[in-house]
Design a protein around this ligand. Structure first.
Ligand code: PMM
Length: 283
């Protein structure tokens, strides 16, 4: 398994370790860390701390995707993320990712030094796939039902949530390739919590091997999400132990990358779960 990200390649044959994508939300309202890293200096310091703790990739986002959140304008998003990406690019060599649904924001972010587009809408913006094709950027396609404003509304039931997500992401990967994106630039993400019930989030963990069977690297974002609150009864600030447990499950189920807030805790979960997997635990 490999992921071509701009000029570099992440390979799991040589280095099977699950990679950690550290989250830097430059937003006033993200559900777990909104408002904490709103100035560029704070966001950059936080990213450097995540890298020091072992993050392999830094994911910078300027638009909250918490359930019910309103869209952010492109100008506002750019003002939040570009100084952070430029500042980081000047200081570190680690791959940088831009968490955006807008091709215009992604284009400016790539020019500022990002090498990965993390698109939680899986190509809702028509310009996104062409941009990824032209630039050779890595492209994360995440599954979401509806938009952040609407995704937890209405009937979320499904007879086969795993089948829905796998089919939808396979179709998105096909659209990306039709626009010229290399298959090895793609990475798929089941979109835990994005228009899913807590039971469906757990079902998606159980179904990760079906997603991995599509042949692309699989990224999973579990950190502090509300399904963990539903399972444990804990508020967002007290979900780190549940997050570690969920990370352990995801690694045993074959995830290639985890998108995390607490890198040090996730790295420990990865170390234990990968040792167990190598010894035969898991699918
Ligand atoms: N989750 C959030 C934001 N971006 N991107 C990907 N690829 N996968 C996710 O699960 C994901 C994401 C929401 O979480 P946050 O507010 O803690 O960033």
């Amino acid at each position: 398994m490999r992921w071509q990200v701009g000029r570099r390649r992440l390979q799991w044959e040589d280095t099977p370790r699950v990679r950690l994508m550290g989250v830097v939300n430059v937003t006033p309202d993200s559900f777990s860390d909104g408002g904490r890293f709103l100035t560029p200096a704070r966001a950059i310091d936080h990213a450097l701390a995540l890298l020091a703790a072992g993050a392999d990739v830094i994911d910078v986002g300027g638009e909250s995707t918490r359930p019910g959140s309103q869209p952010t304008s492109a100008d506002e998003e750019l003002a939040r993320v570009i100084p952070v990406l430029e500042g980081l690019r000047a200081r570190v060599d680690a791959p940088l990712s831009i968490d955006t649904q807008k091709a215009a924001v992604a284009a400016a972010a790539l020019a500022a030094g990002a090498e990965i587009i993390n698109d939680v809408s899986a190509l809702a913006d028509e310009g996104m796939a062409g941009l990824a094709a032209r630039t050779g950027a890595g492209l994360v396609l995440m599954h979401m039902r509806g938009t952040p404003l609407t995704m937890q509304q209405g009937d979320l039931s499904s007879p086969d949530i795993v089948g829905d997500v796998v089919a939808s992401l396979a179709a998105a990967a096909g659209r990306a390739q039709a626009a010229g994106v290399a298959p090895e630039a793609l990475c798929l993400d089941p979109g835990i919590g994005f228009g899913k019930t807590p039971a469906q989030c757990v079902a998606l963990l159980a179904g990760l091997p079906r997603l991995a069977a599509l042949g692309y690297p699989v990224l999973v974002g579990l950190s502090r999400k509300s399904f963990l609150g539903a399972l444990t009864g804990r508020p967002v600030g007290e979900r780190e132990a549940a997050t570690v447990a969920a990370h352990t499950v995801a690694v045993l189920q074959g995830a290639h990358l985890l998108r995390v807030h607490d890198v040090a805790a996730a790295a420990d979960a990865v170390a234990v779960a990968q040792a167990a997997r190598a010894a035969g635990v898991g699918p």
